[in-house]
Design a protein around this ligand. Structure first.
Ligand code: ISL
Length: 555
């Protein structure tokens, strides 16, 4: 199979289906709703969609708990709806990548229902069952969502491993039958014509079989299951036996991953994945990569994180993102403003991120500058993770005010509020009360308004995407951070032969007179993009207004 590496030219839009568009007035987004917005996506300029899970699921973790990998969750629609959506996407030149969640299934998956029945059930070994230590779990491993990673099952007096919720038992990848079943799932969707997969927590599949207790500070045991002993063998096998036969792409969600790990997952001729998501830049405002442990933001740390991957991921290809369904919204984050300078902030952040080397991922609503949810109490927050973490933090006797602040700040529901299409009661998302509260700011942050306003974030995103498409330098040019130590300004260059693009961002709410170095003579450069009008470039200074971004080019 010839691989065209189309993903290097892709601009990917992530749809979180339950919050995107409801077509039948049940307050829950669906596939016909997505179809009705494909022209909107085409106009935006994206050419690929990553669709978060739409498979049958009890929805304990909003679909990341799958009970049937080859069917659609009825509130999302039917398989016919899915087929039509795929056809309509392809008709518009939009590819589709699905979410592949195979570290765990739902506890209501028929495999698990069988598995828990008895120790000699043929499906027992599809999951990881162990005897406890007296009344205690087999080891001290803890869940990503807090609390223990094992669940006791009375029927057979054993514990099963579940690194996420108790409704998400981990599959036993040591079992060749599990690996064969996953291949069938991949084939099922690829034969339908889907273009690839975003692979959920893919670096957790292989567990160290000694199941020894861990001494990590957080997520105990993680060194036994993050980038585990057989992970590369498993991925290589999936790739060579299925993925390699299609012109498809894979992007792996890989937390706690080093540059060397990245090379192993997505380096040249590794035949595993095409690229990975790293979370270094989304960890700069917390301690140890744990968003509940908030830390003061420093721009130099953000630059360090980007520089590390731009310089270091030499054999691989980067994914460029600042939002997804697990992160809080980007406006208001990274020292930016979600109020006075919301528009400027959103445009600046997108430009800073998407003109780097790699494939951009835009998360639904980011293109209109949607902000964090405006939840008035924890009862309005649905996400299972937030509530488990709340319990865990309470047990740790952390101050109540800290817990509250940390939960409102970190809850994944911040990014999951219904898409704001217009200023009507339910933001044009639905005609009935939605599953999660619509943000009140839908009155002025919405697509309808953004389409009219020439200066909207949406119209800027369109320009930015168009600019990327027309400038091969952004795909191939060499990245150089021109002033890594500057505390307020991020200035980097993309260069190839005699051509150069320079992207300059002010991460502060003050006007800054940025002094250029001797070798930075931009007198003859043209301003190609900016979130303000009329920037004047002096031969020795650039004046940057609050959250201003300027993109210069020498030809
Ligand atoms: O959001 C996180 C913690 O607050 C991350 O650690 C996240 O749990 C981790 O990146 C794994 O995420 C993925 O798998 C989870 C699912 O809940 C997330 O939505 C998904 O993106 C389990 O399938």
């Amino acid at each position: 199979m010839k691989h065209t590496n189309w993903y290097k030219d892709a601009v990917i839009y992530q749809i979180y289906p339950r919050s995107f568009k409801d077509s039948n007035g049940d307050g829950f987004g669906d596939i016909p709703g997505i179809i009705s917005k494909l022209d909107y996506l085409k106009e935006l300029g994206v050419n690929c969609v990553w669709l978060s899970p739409v498979y049958n699921s009890p929805q304990a973790d909003n679909g990341y708990d799958i009970s049937d990998y080859c069917s659609i969750y009825p509130p999302f629609g039917t398989m016919d709806d899915f087929d039509l959506m795929l056809k309509e996407m392809h008709k518009r030149g939009i590819r589709l990548i699905m979410d592949l969640v195979v570290n765990h299934t739902s506890s209501e998956h028929p495999w698990f229902i069988e598995s828990r029945k008895s120790k000699d059930n043929p499906y027992r070994d599809f999951y990881i069952w162990k005897k406890g230590k007296g009344k205690n779990p087999p080891n001290n491993w803890t869940s990503f969502f807090g609390g223990k990673a094992w669940e006791y099952d009375e029927l057979t007096d054993e514990w099963y491993l579940r690194i996420f919720t108790k409704e998400q038992p981990d599959l036993n990848w040591e079992n060749p039958k599990v690996r064969e079943e996953v291949k069938k799932i991949l084939k099922f969707w690829l034969d339908k014509g889907v273009d690839g997969f975003r692979c959920d927590v893919i670096n957790l599949l292989s567990k160290d079989q000694s199941f020894k207790s861990g001494h990590e500070l957080l997520v105990k045991g993680s060194s036994s299951f993050v980038n585990g002993p057989r992970i590369h063998e498993f991925l290589n096998n999936l790739n060579l036996s299925v993925l390699d036969n299609y012109d498809c792409m894979t992007v792996g969600e890989t937390c706690f991953t080093t540059l060397e790990d990245a090379r192993m997952y997505a380096g040249k001729d590794r035949h595993e994945l095409n690229m990975i998501f790293n979370f270094d830049h989304t960890s700069v405002d917390n301690y140890l990569g744990v968003k509940w442990l908030m830390r003061k933001f420093k721009l130099v740390n953000l630059k360090k994180a980007f520089d590390k991957w731009q310089y270091g991921n030499k054999e691989g290809w980067n994914s460029l993102f600042i939002e997804n369904h697990d992160q809080r919204r980007s406006v208001g984050r990274f020292n930016t403003s979600s109020t006075t300078y919301r528009k400027e902030s959103s445009k600046m952040l997108a430009t800073m991120c998407y003109l780097q080397k790699g494939t951009p991922f835009i998360y639904q609503g980011q293109e209109i500058g949607m902000t964090n949810g405006d939840f008035a109490s924890l009862d309005e927050i649905q996400d299972t993770e937030t509530h488990t973490i709340n319990e865990t933090m309470k047990k740790m006797h952390l101050p109540k005010s800290y817990i509250k602040k940390s939960l409102y700040n970190g809850t994944r529901d911040n990014a999951r509020t219904p898409m704001q299409w217009d200023d009507s009661k339910y933001a044009g998302f639905s005609t009935k009360i939605p599953w999660l509260k619509v943000n009140e700011n839908k009155s002025f942050i919405n697509v309808k308004e953004s389409l009219i306003d020439e200066n909207s974030i949406l119209n800027y995103f369109k320009k930015l995407i168009e600019f990327r498409k027309n400038e091969p330098l952004i795909k191939d040019g060499v990245y150089l951070d021109l002033d890594p130590k500057n505390k307020n300004v991020y200035i980097y260059s993309r260069k190839k032969d005699n051509e150069e693009i320079v992207c300059i961002s002010n991460f502060s709410d003050r006007t800054i007179k940025y002094k250029l170095k001797k070798n930075q003579n931009y007198k003859d450069y043209q301003i190609k993009l900016s979130n303000y009008q009329n920037n004047e470039i002096d031969s020795s200074f650039i004046t940057l207004k609050p959250y201003e971004v300027v993109v210069l080019k020498n030809k």
